[in-house]
Design a protein around this ligand. Structure first.
Ligand SMILES: Cc1cc2nc3c(=O)[nH]c(=O)nc-3n(C[C@H](O)[C@H](O)[C@H](O)COP(=O)(O)O)c2cc1C
Length: 388
């Protein structure tokens, strides 16, 4: 295990003026393939949760033979405990739009959309003012590219990329079968790059500072920095940009209240790390990856209540399209309630763990597939709290 101390970084929200338009103008003078190679070289992986290498996603989309391609920024941010994209959208939106334009130029797209979480519609007016100026400025640079905003309506599932495309097309937000992947057939059936808000900001910063500066931060598997939403039992809840590769212990030493018993890494759909594993667990792609949510729980918390809240959320938000997820979420919720009420023996938790494992294998999309993460990690580490 690499012994790496937690380091605060200030790139995404940097105080130093980042002239995003200058970055764009300079990038538009470069060869698109070179830009993609730079993003590949930086080691940037998607910040929306799944961690797919950004440069490769762009390369696959560029290589598709199609006159129409799209760039989409995923600003749905529905994962419980995650609020970093809201801050980025509020404070440095131009870095997002520039990242989208760089992507559009690199892959050969003329149109980009920002899919904005319905609950963030309060940002719409201001974002549109910035966009009007932005769209005019890129035209004046001689690049034919326009960005506009589409509003979501508050469904967690619409953050899943293919459900997001359905929603944008005016249909019910349900995930599609994959393959084909978005790089081949995304929005309107055309090759599409979809990236998280933060990923696109890193693109702007990589274009400004070079791939090396990004690559020099973090670890081999987890390059660069990451914006974290820190909440729960912490005296300093908020948004922090940190170098990747720290252990949960280092994180807790900085953000805990001295009584942290567990950290939920990656939001409700992430993993619960108990105190005994803090030192051995790396926050990053080689350990526990996270879209950015870190929820700290101290000994005043009932982990049964934590799990119950998560399961209620998933049961409510399952789109209902596939049986493992639709029925599984309900059964896990009813199951833990039955054990708690002593209507079922404690061993029933093992049957429920098997069900969660089946959901991981058989669900159609990441929603049903990831319910096993909180379920198994909380039940395994806090079994006694599920029973009494
Ligand atoms: C249920 C579900 C919800 C998701 N919600 C979001 C979201 O709100 N924002 C996001 O960027 N990615 C979300 N994702 C991941 C996207 O499907 C996709 O991987 C991501 O937008 C790709 O961008 P990236 O490569 O920059 O991370 C979600 C996935 C699932 C399964």
């Amino acid at each position: 295990m690499k012994d790496k101390k937690l380091k605060k970084v200030d790139l995404i929200f940097e105080n130093v003026e980042c002239n995003a338009y200058e970055v764009l103008e300079n990038t538009l003078k470069r060869d698109p393939d070179e830009i993609i190679l730079d993003i590949i070289d930086s080691g940037l992986k998607g910040r929306g949760g799944a961690g797919f290498p950004t440069g490769l996603k762009w390369k696959f989309t560029k290589n598709e033979d199609s006159a129409v391609k799209y760039v989409i920024c995923n600003a749905d941010e529905g994962e419980p405990g995650t609020f970093k994209d809201r801050e980025i959208l509020s404070r440095v939106p131009l870095k997002i739009f520039v990242g989208m334009a760089i992507c559009g130029y690199a892959i050969g797209a003329k149109e980009g959309f920002l899919y904005l979480r319905g609950e963030y519609n309060f940002l719409l007016k201001e974002l549109n003012v910035i966009l009007n100026d932005f769209n005019a400025r890129i035209k004046s640079m001689g690049f034919d590219f326009t960005v506009s905003i589409k509003s979501g309506s508050g469904a967690y599932i619409c953050g899943e990329e293919s459900a997001l495309f359905e929603s944008m097309e005016g249909k019910r937000g349900e995930p599609r079968n994959k393959p084909p992947y978005p790089t081949v057939s995304g929005y309107n059936g055309k090759p599409t790059v979809i990236n998280n808000v933060e990923t696109l900001c890193h693109v702007t910063m990589i274009s400004r500072l070079g791939a090396k500066q990004f690559k020099d931060m973090g670890t081999t598997d987890s390059r660069g920095s990451k914006v974290f939403s820190v909440s729960g039992d912490t005296p300093i809840a908020g948004i922090y940009e940190l170098e990747l590769g720290m252990t949960v212990q280092e994180f807790v030493d900085e953000f805990g209240d001295g009584d942290t018993k567990s950290v939920q890494v990656g939001g409700a759909s992430g993993h619960c790390v108990p105190r005994k594993n803090f030192k051995d667990t790396i926050i990053g792609f080689e350990g526990i990856p996270t879209g950015g949510s870190m929820m700290l729980f101290n000994s005043s918390r009932s982990m049964y209540n934590v799990l119950h809240d998560y399961l209620e959320f998933f049961a409510e938000e399952s789109c209902g399209q596939c049986t493992p997820c639709r029925v599984g979420c309900q059964q896990l919720l009813k199951g833990v309630e039955a054990v708690k009420r002593k209507e079922r023996p404690p061993q029933y938790l093992d049957d429920l763990k098997k069900l969660a494992g089946t959901m991981k294998l058989a669900s159609k999309c990441g929603l049903g597939q990831s319910v096993a993460n909180p379920f198994i990690s909380i039940v395994d580490n806090f079994r006694e709290e599920m029973i009494y």
